[in-house]
Design a protein around this ligand. Structure first.
Ligand code: NAD
Ligand code: UDP
Length: 330
């Protein structure tokens, strides 16, 4: 995207819900760097003030503790709705609150967007595809989701949020954007959420065995957080008739074993590999089809895995040095 396309952000008041979370804090930084006024709203369920501490003294940054399941009355020009715990450990901790955040939260922020005529972007997820029969998944695929399982609070919550976004768009002419985000990693990801990238890095740095579930031949595609937030900005500023949903993630697939080897190499770790049983329903492959994002947004990830992992390793090294994490990595 050309530099000039962001000029319009100067003087814009932008609300980021979930702004003290992993992705949200990077988004706040990018928006400030582009000249926007940023109102970061978070209830600190999985996010922390620590993630935005460096922004606290910024004259265009404001932080507000608020739970989006309650209405919010502010005046803004754009809204990024990221509030929602993202990892199974966290969203299953209080599943009713997860559904409320997705559904009541969306109704509240959509109502706000309607009142102040703000454009609004929803951070949706690849989980709306559930346990898919199609690989890779395109946006036209409707998904295969269990409505009553332990993941349903998140999967169905996010699906209902998409429904609400499209109904507010059709019924109330709210300008919406829906991004379906795939596995994202980088500094400030949660150390204790059991995800493969944070687990492996912490295990490698602490000299603990690297826990590979199954034979490690299953694949995932990991998108570095800087690439993702760039994509979210492009989507927000795409033409009004482009609502999405649009997949956002890295189409480069890598096996879990390759990921472990890359992390061991980068950390010069002496950790051994330890095999553990593959969790039930663990998908064999996950890779986004990002043809639509390429075509409509001119977007694709540019950070290669080794580069992104090196920056993430540096972040976790600092966390361990400062001993700000307890009991990290099983
Ligand atoms: P995160 O848990 O770090 O961030 C979510 C933030 O929302 C946290 O700061 C949390 O405290 C806040 N929050 C939760 N419920 C809230 C509520 N009711 N009111 C106000 N704030 C609330 O997760 P993340 O990885 O940064 O994810 C951000 C968004 O992106 C989420 O909506 C998630 O579903 C979506 N997403 C993330 C990924 C990923 O790989 N990280 C993949 C797909 C979708
Ligand atoms: N995984 C692993 N060891 C771990 C954590 C995860 O081998 O310590 C595997 C997991 O079984 C899955 C992949 O890594 O095949 C990605 O898991 P994650 O929970 O990070 O994401 P998701 O399965 O939601 O894509």
């Amino acid at each position: 995207m050309q530099q000039g396309e962001f000029k319009e952000l100067t003087r814009k008041r932008i609300l980021v819900t979930g702004g003290a979370g992993f992705i949200g804090s990077h988004l706040c930084e990018l928006l400030l760097a582009r000249g926007a006024e940023v109102l970061c709203v978070d209830n600190y369920f999985t996010g922390t003030r620590e993630h935005v501490r460096a922004l606290m003294d910024h004259p265009r940054f404001e932080l507000l503790r608020h739970d989006i399941t309650f209405p919010l009355y502010v005046e803004v020009d754009e809204i990024y709705n990221l509030a929602c715990p993202a990892s199974p450990i966290h969203y299953q901790f209080d599943p009713v609150q997860t559904t409320k955040t997705c559904v009541h939260g969306s109704i509240n922020v959509l109502g706000l967007a309607k009142r102040v005529k703000a454009r609004i972007l929803q951070a949706s997820t690849s989980e709306v595809y559930g346990d898919p029969e199609e690989h890779p998944q395109t946006e036209g695929y409707w998904g295969r989701v269990n409505p009553i399982g332990t993941r349903s609070c998140y999967d169905e919550g996010k699906r209902c949020a998409e429904t609400l976004f499209f109904d507010y768009h059709r019924q109330h002419k709210v300008e919406i954007k829906v991004a379906r985000i795939f596995n994202t990693y980088g500094p400030r990801m949660h150390p204790n959420d059991g995800r493969v990238v944070s687990n492996f890095i912490l295990q490698a740095l602490q000299g603990k065995p690297i826990t590979i579930y199954g034979d490690g031949s299953q694949t995932r595609s990991f998108c570095y957080v800087d690439d993702l937030v760039d994509g979210l900005l492009r989507l927000m500023h795409s033409p009004a008739d482009f609502t999405g949903p649009v997949n956002m993630g890295n189409p480069v697939e890598c096996t879990v074993l390759e990921l472990a080897e890359a992390i061991v190499r980068l950390t010069n770790s002496r950790s051994a590999i330890e095999r553990k049983p593959l969790p039930t329903d663990d998908p064999r492959r996950r890779r986004p089809d990002i043809a639509l994002a390429r075509e409509r947004l001119g977007w694709e990830p540019t950070t290669d895995l080794n580069h992104g992992l090196a920056r993430t390793v540096a972040y976790f090294e600092t966390l361990l040095r400062e001993r700000t994490i307890e009991g990290a990595a099983p």
